[in-house]
Design a protein around this ligand. Structure first.
Ligand code: UT7
Length: 329
């Protein structure tokens, strides 16, 4: 009997309407469109506005679109995994809130927290439930409202991040397509360089944490950049090697969108030309868990069944890794 694999059988994305441009950021902090474009490749990002609007709003919109597009009944979904570092609240999980909002009454659901690697961690996790034969319809979401943890007085972070969500449907296949391999790593020593200090059990919210602006994400950009370039490129190259993929075999690199220079370095290491690299960082910035499903959504019409895709990410933790998948439709 042929092996059961998990195939992505649909993708959908959601980004909020509000566009925060480099020009608007120039009025908020000491920066320039020229600096932001040349150092990151970002032109604009989307921001979810409105009181009481959390990550689940964007995630639910992506899932509703996905169900409609794939002709799937919400009641048939068995599992929903949401990768996010900006859950609506510490608990219940954002995935729980999404299942209620979309009517996935028969699903169990939970969140995965792995910063910018969240979506690839969740995709690997979801695909195991399909490969084991336990479930036949799993939704994996990557969603973050980064604007809720960004300090718009800190020019080193506020120019990078944006809000957005994407979701994929995973179903079993016995064809030679779907998720074929994955490698993941993490190293908690990275906490020094990229974290949101307060709001957890170590420093619950207090006057002190608010006064010190500890409820915002902080990063040592140059150090994170160095680790990101090395590890994202190494792991993307590693997954090519162990699956005997040459640059010609790879149709697309689907890289986390943190910085255009990190993406270019990864593509270079893999021997790929620019036309094989998915990129939408200029329009959305870094949406953390959202970047990879949003890329698949943007590029879906250019994908063909059998295309070899390498997904790669690096983020806070540190967390990183790569997935090899053959596009299934
Ligand atoms: O997705 C999760 C993982 N995150 C990442 O992968 C992000 C990785 N890091 C980066 O993408 C880059 O490090 C940044 C885009 C955050 C920063 O770029 P950089 O080229 O590493 O700049 P830098 O931090 O070394 O700063 C260079 C200079 C500094 O000025 P001095 O000290 O040389 O006078 C900064 O103060 O650029 C200054 N600077 C800015 N100038 C104008 C920093 N931010 C800005 C800004 N506008 N927004």
């Amino acid at each position: 009997m042929s092996k059961v694999r998990a195939a992505i059988t649909g993708v959908y994305g959601y980004v909020p309407d509000y566009i925060l441009t480099n020009q608007e950021l120039e009025t908020m902090v000491d920066t320039s469109d020229e600096w932001i474009m040349s150092r990151t490749g970002i032109k604009e990002r989307r921001i979810l506005k409105g009181e009481g609007q959390g990550t689940s709003v964007m995630a639910s919109a992506a899932v509703k679109g996905l169900l409609e597009k794939t002709g799937t009944n919400a009641e048939d979904i068995e599992l929903i995994i949401c990768a996010t570092v900006t859950p609506d609240m510490p608990f219940p999980s954002t995935a729980n809130l999404v299942s209620a909002k979309v009517g996935a009454v028969n699903a169990f659901s939970y969140d995965i927290s792995a910063a910018c690697s969240g979506f690839i961690y969740a995709l690997t996790t979801g695909s195991q439930f399909i490969e084991s034969g336990q479930y036949k319809k799993v939704i994996v979401i990557g969603a973050d409202k980064m604007s809720s943890i960004i300090d718009y007085q800190d020019r080193t972070t506020c120019i990078i991040f944006g809000d957005g969500a994407g979701a994929v449907l995973l179903e079993p296949t016995t064809e030679e397509v779907g998720i074929l391999d994955s490698i993941h790593k993490s190293d908690g020593n990275g906490v020094e360089f990229l974290k949101m200090k307060a709001g957890g059990s170590m420093y619950p919210a207090s006057h002190e944490t608010v006064d010190n602006r500890w409820h915002y994400a902080r990063q040592d950009g140059a150090t994170v950049f160095k680790f990101a370039v090395t590890n994202m490129a190494d792991y993307a190259a590693k997954i090519m090697e162990r699956n005997n993929l040459t640059p010609d075999d790879v149709a697309w690199l689907v890289p986390h969108q943190a910085n255009k220079r990190i993406i270019d370095a990864t593509a270079h290491r893999m021997g790929l030309s620019d036309d094989k690299v998915m990129m939408n960082i200029s329009r959305y910035g870094n949406t953390t868990s959202g970047t990879i499903p949003l890329l698949l959504w943007d590029y879906e019409s250019q994908l063909n069944k059998g295309d070899n895709l390498v997904l790669a990410a690096f983020g806070g933790g540190f967390t990183w890794g790569a997935i090899y998948t053959k596009w299934a439709y």
